[in-house]
Design a protein around this ligand. Structure first.
Ligand code: AMP
Ligand code: MG
Length: 649
């Protein structure tokens, strides 16, 4: 029997994977070694067109700014020694020179002792003068003389030549991003054209048969191409000129043709997707044919983001980002942005990092650099970073996320209360005015709408009721929305409050059985009847809720000991239940009325759930909290909730 026919032992497969996986640091070092040093190509640009580009060379000031000693006020150029004793009680009389120095007028007469020259703001100080007296502190005496009523120290109200910018001084360094301030500095020195780094052209390609471009109809089982838009924008934000080439199906020939075409006209190529097993070999194979040295790192010890590929083909970086949008974001910002900026002649992005305290422990896999998405809120002493959405496929937490932190490969956790460096997705921290941490409800958006219109930024972080209570107890949020049922007292929420928290009644959400309209097993019957009908039909599939959800308690009560097909399908949200029924993956489940109605499903009401707020008493007087309480109590708020199917408490 030949070796080739022998099954590969499990050990050797695992070892293979282990050997081909590089650490984040190793992978980055090899990638950079293959790309740098390299010259940054530059191009000349007129000042007016240079905004947003990076300077390609240091700029040395060619002149002094101001170019001469300049008066800062309207008044008289004097010799300070002449007026050293002047005061209102003892004014000093001096002769007026026969000259008025306006802006743009070069003086011709010197200021001799006992004389002064009239000068306007911005005028050049004449020979002999060493100070300027404000016109307010003088009094004309005929039209040949004035009285001075205030003393002047040498240099008073004079900007000396070169005091803004000194000739020969390094004005701006290569790599500086040109903004309005830099344009002003260059203009003040009379520089009309600068050499800027040419923006590298970065081709962006998404891969996957399932991808549809935003704006087009979503076919069944298809998803919108998120990475294309994200990467295109992030390339532009970091000094590249993005060239989006659309989504390419998982077809070797077609993909290779697109990649070759892209590399013809662009300086860099960023793909996403197709990096999972099987399909991954496809891009791997293509890259091997595209140029030298080819693949640098395929499989990196990142979580999420292991399938990231780094390659260099004839000097051009070729990157394949993981398909999941959040994984693509992490790896792009962490590993690709530094390289892109260096190619673009930009310095590392220091403005996009902040330090924050992490209030909770985050477990992490040993051996992989782990990325954790965070939302930032302002704490009593500095920023607090809230971890959110750990699943690599979750884009849910994306909207509320400000950036991410990294947990080192050698750590198995980030202990609670650690300081961490947060890489921002956008280089501005948006500190919210109102922080709501707890269970999410679509009604919340209705109530906070007037706050957003008033310019208040509301941040709501969905961590579930218990997570919200914990955050409220630590004082990390203003309000924790909760819907917790206490079986002992058969009541909602109040039994769960702790010291320092008070209950603000929110609204009621009718829970009930959801089914596809027209299903005769459920149409027109009671909730108990519906469950009896479902249990009587072996082909009927249910969708459950997660352990700990208030809704789950209701379901379990209805089911008793029964465990029908679908019982173990336990999604974590009201919306997922409705989606499962609408898409025929299940026939019934329990959700809230607004969600059932929004999905166009039939609904049998069962019991009202209380959705209330645990308010942190210490933060009650904050303006945004007051605005929230007002919005909640307002007629507009009540009407909006009712319209959406909620009942104001
Ligand atoms: P892949 O690496 O192609 O196997 O993709 C992994 C996951 O990411 C799959 O669920 C893909 O549907 C998803 N995915 C890949 N590319 C994109 C994209 N451009 N936008 C959104 N999701 C994507
Ligand atoms: Mg794919």
């Amino acid at each position: 029997m030949s070796n080739a026919n022998q099954p590969i032992s499990r050990d050797s497969v695992e070892q293979d994977q282990f050997l081909s996986t590089l650490s984040r640091e190793d992978a980055l070092a090899r990638f950079e070694a293959a790309l740098f040093p390299r010259a940054v190509p530059s191009e000349p640009r007129a000042l007016a067109d240079a905004l947003g580009y990076a300077l390609a060379e240091d700029i040395v000031a060619p002149i002094d700014v101001p170019p001469f000693d300049r008066a800062n006020v309207d008044g008289f150029a004097v010799r300070s020694a002449d007026v050293a004793a002047a005061s209102v009680a003892r004014p000093v009389r001096v002769l007026l020179n026969d000259e008025v120095i306006a802006c743009g007028t070069a003086p011709v007469r010197p200021v001799l002792s006992g004389t002064v020259t009239s000068i306007a703001t911005g005028g050049p100080v004449p020979r002999g003068a060493d100070a300027v007296i404000m016109v307010e502190h003088t009094q004309p005496v005929g039209h040949r003389a004035i009285e001075i009523r205030r003393a002047a120290s040498p240099g008073q109200f004079i900007s000396y030549a070169g005091s803004d910018i000194a000739r020969g001084e390094a004005l701006l360094r290569a790599g500086t991003l040109i903004g309005s301030r830099e344009i002003g500095m260059l203009a003040a020195c009379g520089i009309a054209q600068v050499s800027v780094a040419r923006r590298p052209r970065v081709a962006v390609i998404s891969t996957g048969d399932e991808l549809v471009q935003p704006g087009e109809m979503l076919r069944p089982a298809a998803i919108y191409d998120t990475n294309g838009a994200i990467v295109t924008a992030a390339v532009s934000e970091n000094g590249g000129e993005a060239v989006f080439l659309g989504a390419v199906p998982d077809d070797e020939e077609e993909l290779e043709a697109e990649m070759r075409a892209a590399l013809q006209t662009c300086d860099m190529l960023v793909l996403s997707g197709g990096t999972s097993k099987g399909a991954g070999d496809l891009s791997h194979r293509i890259i091997a044919r595209l140029g030298q040295p080819g693949m640098i790192a395929h499989g990196i010890a990142l979580k999420p983001g292991k399938p990231l590929c780094l390659a260099v083909c004839d000097g051009k970086p070729v990157v394949i980002l993981p398909g999941f949008p959040t994984s693509a974001m992490f790896t792009f910002h962490d590993m690709i942005v530094p390289v892109l900026r260096r190619i673009a002649g930009l310095p590392p992005r220091s403005d996009a990092k902040v330090t924050a305290k992490v209030p909770v422990r985050i477990a992490s896999e040993l051996g992989r650099t782990e990325f954790v998405m965070v939302s930032l809120v302002e704490g009593a002493d500095g920023l607090i970073a809230y971890p959110s959405g750990k699943g690599s496929g979750a884009i849910t937490s994306f909207a509320q996320a400000d950036g991410f932190l990294k947990i080192d490969a050698l750590a198995d956790q980030l202990p609670a209360h650690s300081e961490a460096e947060v890489t921002l997705f956008t280089p501005h921290v948006r500190v919210p005015d109102l922080v709501i941490v707890g269970s999410h409800c679509t009604g919340l958006d209705l109530v906070t709408a007037p706050l957003a219109r008033a310019g208040l930024m509301v941040r709501s972080i969905a961590v579930g009721s218990l997570g919200g209570l914990a955050a409220a107890r630590r004082g990390e949020c203003d309000l924790a929305p909760i819907h917790l049922f206490d079986e002992a007292t058969e009541s909602y929420n109040a039994p769960f409050l702790m010291a320092g928290l008070e209950l603000v009644p929110g609204w009621r959400r009718m829970q009930g059985i959801v089914f596809r309209s027209g299903d005769t097993r459920f149409e027109g019957v009671s909730a108990e009847g519906a469950v009896r009908a479902a249990l009587a039909d072996a082909s009927c599939i249910m969708v459950n809720r997660n352990q700990g959800a208030g809704t789950r308690i209701l379901i379990d009560r209805l089911l008793g000991e029964a465990r029908p097909d679908g019982y173990w399908n336990q999604p974590r949200s009201h919306n997922a239940v409705a989606a499962a029924v609408a898409q025929h993956r299940a026939d019934w489940g329990m959700t809230i009325a607004p969600v059932a109605h929004a999905a166009g499903l039939g609904f049998i009401p069962l019991a009202e759930e209380h959705y209330d707020f645990a308010l942190v008493t210490a933060r009650k007087q904050r303006p945004a909290v007051q605005a929230f309480l007002q919005a909640l109590a307002s007629e507009e708020g009540r009407a909006a909730l009712q319209q959406a199917g909620f009942r104001k408490a």
